[in-house]
Design a protein around this ligand. Structure first.
Ligand code: TYD
Length: 204
């Protein structure tokens, strides 16, 4: 039976994970792997509609409503994109997933972390990533990368950013087998080397 791989990319805003995700896709394809890219929120179809609300809606959004919208998009992503690709033996690279809810809605917004984990489990049907890369950056590096055009989540401020960042580091400590922290303050080349070191291990 063919065996797919599910790898998620996580980190605070401006951590550079999307650049690395695209570089890894190229690298894996050159090695002959079949790669599928997806993201949360909003990879395609209905997910794109949910993404528009989450990132651009100007009115009041309650923290719990925000959580459920991310979760709804997650369920759609798993059912429609991730699971079918894994079953075909492909490598799925997913830009943000369950750990984003724990870091942003849990550590960032202050919702109950155990409840979020339970809800994540419902949204994914119990599927967990084979590997998660957390791209760690400080606020100064992040602000330079994000620039002046900020979306609703990116406008949440310095304290929020630090809660999210520390949340990710905490999650990584709790699950050292699945989650690897990448020092993402370094150059693109240096960060890619760190990523490939981890990837080579899992491909063995
Ligand atoms: P996006 O433009 O995809 O940002 P990035 O390039 O940094 O991934 O916007 C996604 C935003 O949504 C980002 O600020 C993180 C946030 N988010 C959550 O708060 N919870 C979640 O569960 C997910 C998936 C994303």
């Amino acid at each position: 039976m063919k065996k797919g791989l599910f790898i998620t990319f996580e980190g605070a805003d401006g951590c550079g994970k999307t650049t690395q995700l695209n570089l890894l896709k190229e690298y894996l394809e050159q090695k002959g792997y079949d790669v599928v890219l997806t993201r949360e929120p909003g990879a395609k179809g209905l997910g794109v509609k949910i993404r528009e609300i989450l990132l651009n809606y100007n009115g009041e959004v309650s923290n719990r409503c925000e959580s459920f919208l991310f979760l709804a998009d997650r369920a759609q992503n798993i059912d429609v994109i991730v699971n079918p690709a894994i079953e075909e033996g492909k490598i799925v690279l997913c830009d943000r997933h369950t750990d984003s809810s724990v870091a942003y809605q849990g550590y960032g917004r202050g919702l109950d972390i155990e409840q979020i984990k339970t809800l994540n489990n419902l949204a994914t049907g119990g599927k967990t990533p084979d590997l998660t890369l957390v791209f760690d950056v400080d606020i100064e590096t992040s602000m330079k990368r994000v620039g002046n055009e900020k979306d609703r989540m990116e406008s949440a401020g310095t304290e929020f950013f630090n809660r999210v960042r520390n949340g990710y580091l905490e999650i990584a400590k709790q699950e050292p087998g699945r989650i690897k922290v990448i020092d993402s303050t370094k150059s693109i080349e240096d960060v890619q080397t760190q990523v490939l070191n981890v990837i080579e291990q899992i491909l063995k």
